[in-house]
Design a protein around this ligand. Structure first.
Ligand code: 5RP
Length: 222
């Protein structure tokens, strides 16, 4: 199986995981990226089994709507049962790096609200120590240089993601070579830099369940 086939398989496994637990009132948070897109396409096959969704990006909202799946504003939703999303890296504690697609802020907000975060990845995303994938940071545009200097003080090498603007009108700095062996404290430390909107570490709120596509089938890790 190639990587795309693993992503599709794990997306279908996520559908099988949540389907028995859904009711007609259920609202599902939906992530962003190619693995999440496979999940959206699978979700369309059961769209009469739940009420609707909350999207973590404009691109995801568009794809959901193209399938005729209702998309709600998060503020109008009292309860989100599941959040289904991919990741750029995960460790075996289900701490993640996310934001390769630049949607990290809305992803983190939806994940914060959801009762259960089901992360869906192919097995290339599993690492012993996070950080080979550059850590994305969403930053207010006027704070770009200040935040970059502070990140250098923390030991990272920030790189401006040229030509990219987030759904929230901000920029992304991708940090290379950062020591992420203690992800919770790094997540908290970066959040304290004035001008940072969100960082792509999901360690304070890790996933609850990881479904990982492998050549031998989908593994469930909790
Ligand atoms: C987007 C994300 C994605 O979940 C992450 O980049 C993984 O993407 P893909 O499923 O395409 O490999 O965090 O901001």
């Amino acid at each position: 199986m190639n990587q795309d086939q693993l992503k599709e398989a794990v997306a279908k496994a996520a559908l099988d995981y949540i389907h028995p637990k859904l009711s007609e009132d259920s609202i599902i948070g939906v992530g962003t990226g190619s693995t999440a897109n496979y999940f959206i396409d699978a979700l369309a096959t059961i769209k009469t089994s739940f009420d609707g969704t909350v999207a973590s990006s404009e691109a995801t909202a568009e794809r959901l709507k193209s399938h005729g799946i209702p998309v709600y504003e998060l503020n109008t939703v009292p309860h989100l049962e599941f959040y289904i999303d991919g990741a750029d890296e995960t460790n075996d504690r289900l701490e993640l790096i996310k934001g390769g697609g630049g949607a990290l802020t809305r992803e983190k907000i939806v994940a914060a609200v959801a009762q259960e975060f089901v992360c869906i990845v192919d097995d290339t995303k599993m690492v012993d120590i996070l950080g080979e994938f550059p850590l994305p940071i969403e930053v207010l545009p006027m704070a770009r240089s200040h935040v970059a200097r502070e990140l250098v003080k923390l030991g990272g090498d920030p790189v401006y993601r040229e030509g990219f603007v987030t759904d929230n009108g901000n920029i992304i700095l991708d940090i290379h070579n950062m020591d992420l062996s203690a992800p919770i404290s790094v997540e908290e430390r970066i959040n304290q830099i004035t001008g940072v909107v969100t960082n792509g570490l999901f360690a304070c709120r890790p996933a609850n369940v990881l479904l990982m596509g492998t050549a031998e089938g989908v593994k469930t890790i909790t």
